[in-house]
Design a binder for this molecule. Structure first.
Ligand code: UD1
Length: 418
């Protein structure tokens, strides 16, 4: 898709099914490297990042076949082979292969991963956790090269900060390590729970799932399994906020309501009615959005950084001033420039804080996505704006949304991709 065209000003109405979660799927796909036999990963989202991860797995020797409801993966013949550099650099989640490959082969060699340009995004916590488990790393011609010598050994791993990716890497290495690992300071994001559930279905012994201290008895034989990826809380949150920005009422089918507490809380503060039903989450936007004062991103169960830019866009339609504080990543306000051109009154106070002044009507114009979630936020801005918005840089959005145009069209929006 080259560009997205949006004719804004339509209230969203109707229902849409929420796709499987990107951030749950990627580490689980990497984890299949640790298993014998066949895995069927159901509800796996058909997004660019998943295709990249599957390319990486194929290059390592896995058998990968798409089926109607998911993807079948067999890693029996997988080993250390060269991986396509562009797939590694294209997404930060390729980092999960560090833990998975060390667990599988005792060795790893890969380029530095990429991902959205939202701050420094170092890898120190990943490497430290894996070093605790017995890996030794060196940098060789721009590659991260790791070796587990005589094998990974269970131990106490204390994360200095609850990094999602470092927790996943430590888990992957710990299920393969001999003996027991206690992983403290683990991230609480639901995607970690999904990874633990998948590994447990494969035969791993993990205790403390859903808490910040995980106990893992490693070295067990893991067998491929059938696992269903949970729905994507960030995609559901994007559509919920899109409904608030444009007015209207939507049913988000299969939305993972139990993991959307912070965004539902924001929606209610803005005056929306949210109701959980058998089919999913029903959202009714208020006639006028109420002022909400402040939005602060935090680790789960706090307000997700991945929805910060979408919330910031919606705040332009709420009366009064709102302070948006980004506390997870630096440099995550890249939409301010295009959004100002659309007419928003936004003022960056410092590296981590932006003041949004509402109510400011947005007007359509030509904008460009520079990262995944910011791109989705610009789509929402286009839906709220008067006139036509043309968005370029769609490849960023395709990293995480199966078909954002189709989904918003199902809710009545006038939007198409070319
Ligand atoms: C994951 C999500 C991403 C989400 C983020 C925070 C995936 C594929 N991505 O990213 O969508 O925005 O969680 O919820 O699941 N940090 C370090 N050193 C490290 C690792 C991280 O200092 O070695 C810092 C980061 O710079 C950042 C913070 O820790 O400031 C959080 O990062 P982390 O939780 O690791 O995010 P990701 O796993 O990259």
């Amino acid at each position: 898709m080259d560009s997205i065209h949006i004719y804004g000003g339509v209230c969203l109405q109707g229902d849409v099914r929420i796709q499987g979660s990107k951030n749950a799927a990627l580490p689980i796909l990497a984890a299949t490297l640790l298993t014998k036999g066949t895995n069927v990963i159901c509800n796996c989202p058909r997004i660019a990042d998943v295709y990249r991860m599957l390319d990486l797995l194929s290059s390592l020797g896995c058998l990968v076949v798409w089926e109607k409801d998911g993807v079948r993966i067999n890693a029996d013949n997988a080993g250390l082979h060269e991986m396509p550099g562009d797939a590694i650099r294209g997404m930060r989640s390729s980092l999960c292969l560090l833990g998975a490959l060390l667990g599988r082969t005792g060795q790893v060699s890969m380029e530095h991963p990429g991902g959205c340009v939202i701050g420094a995004r170092p890898v120190d916590l990943h490497l430290k956790a894996l070093e605790c488990l017995g890996a030794v790393f060196r940098e060789e011609e721009g590659l991260i090269v790791g070796n587990a010598g005589t094998g990974l050994r269970g131990t106490h791993v204390a994360l200095a900060r609850p990094s999602v990716g470092a927790t996943e890497n430590a888990l992957l290495a710990a299920v393969a390590a001999e003996g027991e690992t206690c992983l403290s300071g683990a991230a609480l994001e639901p995607e970690i729970e999904a990874l633990c559930e998948y590994l447990r279905d494969c035969g791993a012994w993990i205790e403390g799932i859903g808490t910040s201290t995980l106990r893992i008895r490693g070295g067990r034989r893991l067998l491929g399994t059938r696992y269903r990826i949970p729905s994507d809380r960030i995609v559901a949150g994007t559509y919920l906020l899109g409904c608030l920005g444009t007015g209207g009422s939507v049913l988000l089918k299969q939305a993972p309501v139990e993991h959307m507490g912070a965004v539902i809380d924001l929606a209610e503060r803005l005056g929306a009615e949210c109701q959980q039903g058998r089919e999913g989450l029903f959202v009714q936007a208020p006639r006028d959005l109420k002022p909400c004062g402040r939005i602060i991103t935090a680790v789960y169960p706090g307000f997700p950084t991945d929805l910060q830019s979408v919330a910031l866009v919606v705040e332009t339609a709420a009366a009064g001033k709102c302070l948006v504080e980004e506390r997870i990543f630096e440099n995550r306000f890249r939409i301010l420039e295009p959004l100002s051109r659309m007419g928003a009154r936004v003022r960056q106070m410092d590296a981590g804080r932006v003041e949004v002044e509402g109510i400011t009507p947005l007007r359509g114009c030509q904008v460009e996505a520079r990262e995944l979630r910011g791109g989705a936020a610009l789509v929402v801005a286009g839906l709220m704006a008067e006139g036509e918005t043309v968005l370029r840089g769609c490849e960023f959005i395709e990293r995480g949304y199966e078909n954002i145009c189709r989904d918003f069209r199902e809710l009545g929006a006038r939007i198409y991709g070319v």
